[in-house]
Design a protein around this ligand. Structure first.
Ligand code: CIR
Length: 258
């Protein structure tokens, strides 16, 4: 099934080594290696049949390669978010231009202060959106998102997060009712109705795989997850994201897919 035609990514900037991290023990990212991994990521996306818009690196925002957070793109509208991380908030103004190439002004909505929201907290399942209430996404942000989605006949439900940064750090939908779940999401009643694949604790990072037009991109180095995804019948593509992991980032964070 071809669902996505376009992808937007932003090249990592040199300042990425100063990006936000909850895991300083992993060390700083190697910028040259991060660029090579980004090249491979773009290639993998192209193999999934999408065209890829590559935005220039923006040195003002160390975390700006994680384009999933300042915008949320749905089948019917685009929503510019209001990132809860202060050092990332300005990224919303830099993503608008790229979004406007694909959506008219009346199809672009905005989350406004005091509401905060980051796209990594939003998981799309058809026309329903699960949104994580996290350190980055607040109650008012969720209220505004719910209102915007309702305007376009789409729905939203809140999931409370206890441990992870973003909702999609720990749970990802692979279409066909299949869901990868790890840690705090394994037993959540919200996801009971899906065919869940439980990710072992030692491979929790790889819960963040992405489905793109019937192929699934899996981070390299997580054999149990790779086998599980293959076992579901998907064609898989591997991309090493080791340098992005050092900044709590994964495959979904690096692109907007629509
Ligand atoms: C941050 O803390 O905002 C970045 N270092 C990582 C963002 C990852 N994005 C995502 O999970 N959607």
């Amino acid at each position: 099934m071809k669902k996505f035609n376009h992808v937007i990514v932003r090249r990592p900037c040199k300042a990425m080594v100063e990006g936000i991290t909850s895991a300083p023990e992993l060390g700083k990212p190697d910028y040259e290696l991060a660029l090579k991994q980004h090249d491979a990521y773009i290639e993998a996306l192209k193999q999934c049949g999408v065209d890829v818009t590559v935005l220039e690196a923006d040195e003002r925002y160390p975390d700006s390669c994680f384009v999933e957070d300042p915008a949320l793109i749905t089948r019917k509208c685009a929503i510019i978010t209001n990132p809860g991380a202060a050092s990332r908030n300005g990224e919303k103004d830099e993503i608008v231009g790229a979004v406007k190439k694909f959506f008219s002004d009346d199809q672009i909505e905005y989350i406004k202060a005091p509401g905060t929201l980051e796209g990594g907290d939003v998981m799309m399942v058809g026309d329903h959106f699960y949104v994580g209430r996290s350190a980055r996404t607040n109650e008012e942000g969720i209220r505004q998102l719910t209102e915007i989605l309702a305007k376009y006949d789409m729905t939203c439900s809140e999931v409370t997060l206890e441990k992870v940064l973003h909702l999609k750090t720990g749970v990802n939908y692979l279409e066909n009712n299949n869901m990868l779940v790890s840690g705090e999401f394994i037993e959540k009643p919200d996801f009971e109705k899906y065919d869940k694949v439980v990710i072992p604790e030692e491979e929790a990072y790889a819960a963040n795989c992405i489905w793109v037009n019937d192929k699934v991109i899996v981070p390299e180095g997580y054999p149990a997850v790779l086998e599980a995804v293959k076992g579901m019948g998907y064609e898989t593509l591997l991309v090493d994201t080791s340098e992005y992991r050092k900044l709590d980032g994964g495959l979904s964070c690096l692109s907007l897919r629509f």
